[in-house]
Design a binder for this molecule. Structure first.
Ligand SMILES: Cc1cc2nc3c(=O)[nH]c(=O)nc-3n(C[C@H](O)[C@H](O)[C@H](O)COP(=O)(O)OP(=O)(O)OC[C@H]3O[C@@H](n4cnc5c(N)ncnc54)[C@H](O)[C@@H]3O)c2cc1C
Length: 471
């Protein structure tokens, strides 16, 4: 059976409502479709659904499951470009070579989620959104909706960070120094690079601006150092941070000092000037400030060699957000502006369109961009949509303040396995949901942030989250 037929069956078989209205056949499919194929396919209407969700990640899967839990009669379909789910959370534990953690533990089968929860799923790339006609265009054809949920996650903004780089150089950066901040093959590439590395340094860049999972680069440094130590690989893990900010800073610094000594090094205020991917050389400029009043600082240019390079570029909302044409914040990230009214002070409805909602890392609330936040938001967004479909009203503000809406663990050691955590409370903060974080001491008896208890809790959290999304 060819790909297009199989993908169409996947869609039609999963969603009875779609099959009923499907009057067309998709001619091509998948990410490899040519532009003209995509255009042809985009003209065909595959079907219509009450709720269409773009993105089968942490936010999208949660909205779909919750809607079906609230009312099994709701007709809900997800459009997702990847064939299978790959988790970013716990991918650093995989790089660290923690006991029993491997790539297959990060990978999940969408069919399981669909079977268990009863929503539909179309494997296709979203290529455009017509909000007037209420149709999402995809590489497989058009999908009409009553309510649309935007949950496409983030993308990289190489162009903003490296305006002089050609498309070919950006493509080389993606291959040779993958960011590994989005689900998919980049995690496999970075894993291969780390697991096959020779002696030498691993360089991780930390971007400025809003980026996915602020503790992720720092946890990655701890975990790669753990792997290198266990394998006897000579070298350092060096973080080149564009700012001086470190999420869970005191906790990470404590663990680097006490576990890794000088093997892990954090360098503040480092701007990447250029990279020679063939020579494996990075040129960067570091600014050192004398004190808080020193605004200019002293700039020094340095060139360093690397064995493995994890270039985490600036982040931005996935281009699906721009395709939708909803209002976004004026910064480079372009968060979705959310609706606010006297009845519903905070909401997952977009400011621009009452039929369009957003969840996950793209939302314009002042809440951390994490998987746990996406789950919490997805549940609240589903409640809002379910009330609308039932002709009622629901205000997310009624669920706030919410203690421990986001609990995020980071692994800092492999032997013994130790973790640290941050806990966020969410609250109404003007027209948006705000948050307040705290980093507790995991081992109060020894006055340490890290503990084996938090290491265990990290594993339990991951197992629980996968159950939440797939069972
Ligand atoms: C290394 C790392 C570690 C992390 N650790 C943690 C942690 O410990 N705890 C925690 O809570 N969070 C963690 N996170 C953060 C978490 O992964 C994200 O916050 C979460 O995935 C956001 O969910 P989302 O639904 O917004 O996006 P995603 O989960 O990325 O889902 C978006 C989906 O949309 C799909 N998509 C995008 N464009 C299109 C298109 N055009 N057509 C069709 N489909 C499309 C994508 O393929 C993807 O499946 C970590 C992240 C990283 C990178």
């Amino acid at each position: 059976m060819n790909n297009s037929r199989r993908d169409l069956l996947k869609f039609a078989g999963i969603s009875a409502a779609a099959a009923a209205v499907t009057g067309c056949s998709a001619v091509t499919g998948g990410a490899s479709s040519t532009a003209s194929d995509t255009k042809t396919a985009a003209c065909k209407l595959l079907g219509k659904h009450q709720v269409v969700i773009i993105g089968g990640g942490w936010g999208g899967l949660t909205v779909a499951k919750e809607l079906k839990k609230i009312d099994s009669k709701f007709d809900v379909t997800i459009i997702e470009k990847n064939d299978s789910f790959m988790s970013c959370p716990f991918s650093n534990a995989n790089l660290g070579g923690l006991n029993g953690v491997n790539l297959s533990m990060l990978t999940h089968d969408y069919a399981q989620a669909v079977e268990k929860n009863g929503y539909g799923m179309l494997t296709a790339v979203v290529t455009g959104i017509d909000r007037e006609k209420k149709v999402v265009h995809t590489s497989m054809g058009g999908v009409a909706y009553d309510i649309l949920v935007l949950a496409p996650g983030i993308d990289y903004n190489y162009k903003e960070q490296f305006p002089t780089w050609s498309d070919a150089k950006i493509a080389q950066a993606r291959r040779a120094a993958p960011g590994a901040l989005v689900p998919g093959g980049e995690h496999v590439t970075l894993d291969r690079m780390v697991k096959n590395m020779d002696d030498g340094d691993v360089i991780i860049t930390v971007p400025s601006g809003k980026f996915r999972c602020p503790p992720a680069p720092f946890e990655r440094a701890s975990m790669i150092a753990n792997f290198m130590k266990n394998e006897g690989i000579e070298g350092k893990v060096i973080m080149l941070n564009e700012t001086d900010s470190i999420s869970k800073g005191a906790a990470f610094k404590e663990s680097w000092k006490e576990i890794n000594g000088d093997m892990v090094e954090h360098r503040s205020n480092c701007r990447i000037v250029d990279v020679d991917f063939d020579k494996k050389e990075i040129t960067y400029e570091q600014t050192v400030y004398k004190d808080e009043d020193d605004t200019d600082g002293v700039k020094t240019s340095k060139t360093i060699k690397y064995s493995v390079f994890n270039l985490i570029p600036h982040n931005m909302s996935n281009p699906v957000i721009e395709m939708s044409g909803v209002a976004t914040t004026p910064d480079a990230f372009k968060k979705v502006k959310m609706a606010s009214s006297a009845d519903k002070p905070v909401s997952f409805q977009t400011q621009s369109d009452a039929s369009v909602y957003a969840v996950g890392d793209v939302v314009g609330h002042a809440i951390p961009p994490s998987g746990q936040t996406a789950i919490w938001s997805g549940k609240e967004c589903a409640k809002e949509i379910a009330h609308v479909l039932h002709g009622k009203s629901y205000s997310v503000a009624s669920a706030l303040p919410y203690t421990s809406a986001n609990v995020c663990y980071s692994m800092v050691n492999g032997n013994p396995e130790e973790g640290i955590m941050v806990n966020h409370e969410f609250m109404v903060a003007g027209p948006v949901i705000g948050s307040k974080g705290s980093v507790p001491k995991g081992d109060e008896a020894n006055n340490k942030f890290r503990s084996t208890g938090l290491g265990k809790a990290a594993r339990e959290w991951y197992r629980g989250a996968m159950r939440d999304l797939f069972n």
